[in-house]
Design a protein around this ligand. Structure first.
Ligand SMILES: Nc1ncnc2c1ncn2[C@@H]1O[C@H](COP(=O)(O)OP(=O)(O)OP(=O)(O)O)[C@@H](O)[C@H]1O
Length: 280
């Protein structure tokens, strides 16, 4: 551990000014209140609060192990399937707590799509990657499914690249194309929120640039919450940034604010040090 990291771990987490405190409910896509995540006895995340605004990109940044992916996975309840994982607090979507026992998880996963670090298309054709989930969610008409297929492939810039080989196995696509197909698959269900967990970390710089452009374009239709280790990427494309940190006890959100405030004028020492590359 470097000197600066040692110094920062001794700073008591302060209640930094946070957009979550002042935003009106109707202007929000998502509000997270006092979220905590435990794996068995280990508290991975404590008391995390933040907000996401409609049609904006919120980036979660912070060092490895501070709970970014855990936080993201709670939003569409992927944590339900993790053994000994206990989630507390509130995640409000349209004013309803999605963590409530009686919240319909299928409907939640349709409304909140997720894309992971490693592209994970189904080992099926390009067409089936999009059309199977649509059928599964009740779209009976083949004509409607084909129309949706074309729409999301166009939206993700894949149509021209794949229209002549829609029945080829998706695993034959390049890594960057596979990731865009995974984003297309999530978009096909018309989500309101798209969760992206380090979507570019397995990609080369050119594929990364294409995905970044795509994410910015997607703001027209969805709210994006993304985890990234790449601070330059957060600065380039995010509207809001939540800085997360971990000390000896667990991970927590240091502050959540507009991107320029985080990078240019934050008064929090952890944000200053992390975003200037001196710690983490
Ligand atoms: N399924 C699990 N069981 C037990 N511990 C877990 C599990 N998933 C995550 N953890 C622990 O919780 C903490 C937070 O992990 P998480 O993956 O959320 O952090 P992160 O900030 O996303 O890290 P990274 O940037 O390295 O992906 C880590 O200490 C991790 O080891």
């Amino acid at each position: 551990m470097t000197m600066i990291q040692k110094f920062l771990t001794r700073i008591k987490p302060v209640k930094a000014p946070c957009a979550a405190d002042i935003a009106g409910e109707s202007s929000l896509a998502l509000r997270i209140n006092a979220l905590s995540v435990k794996y068995g006895d280990y508290q991975a995340l404590r008391n995390a609060s933040l907000v996401a605004y409609p049609n904006q990109i919120l980036a979660l940044v912070g060092p490895s192990g501070c709970g970014k992916s855990s936080l993201l996975s709670c939003i569409n309840r992927m944590t339900d399937g993790v053994k000994d994982c206990h989630v507390g607090g509130e995640i409000l979507l349209n004013g309803e707590n999605v963590l409530a026992d009686n919240y319909p998880v299928d409907a939640l996963r349709k409304c909140v799509g997720m894309v992971f670090q490693q592209p994970n298309p189904f080992p099926l054709s390009i067409r089936e990657n999009i059309c199977f989930p649509l059928k599964d969610h009740g779209m009976k008409s083949g004509i409607e499914r084909e129309a949706k297929l074309e729409q999301v492939l166009r939206q993700t810039g894949l149509w021209e690249e794949t229209k002549d080989r829609l029945d080829a196995n998706a695993l034959q696509l390049s890594g960057g194309q596979q990731q865009r197909l995974c984003i297309a698959r999530a978009l096909a269900l018309d989500p309101k929120i798209l969760l992206l967990d380090e979507p570019c970390s397995a990609l080369d710089p050119i594929s990364t640039e294409k995905i970044e452009q795509l994410i910015v374009e997607l703001k027209a239709t969805v709210t994006v919450v993304m985890v990234t280790h790449n601070l330059s990427q957060a600065r380039r494309i995010a509207d809001q940034v939540a800085v997360c940190w971990v000390d000896s006890h667990s991970g927590y959100v240091v502050e959540c604010n507009q991107t320029e405030d985080i990078f240019d004028s934050s008064s929090h020492p952890i944000t200053q040090a992390y975003c200037m590359g001196r710690a983490g």
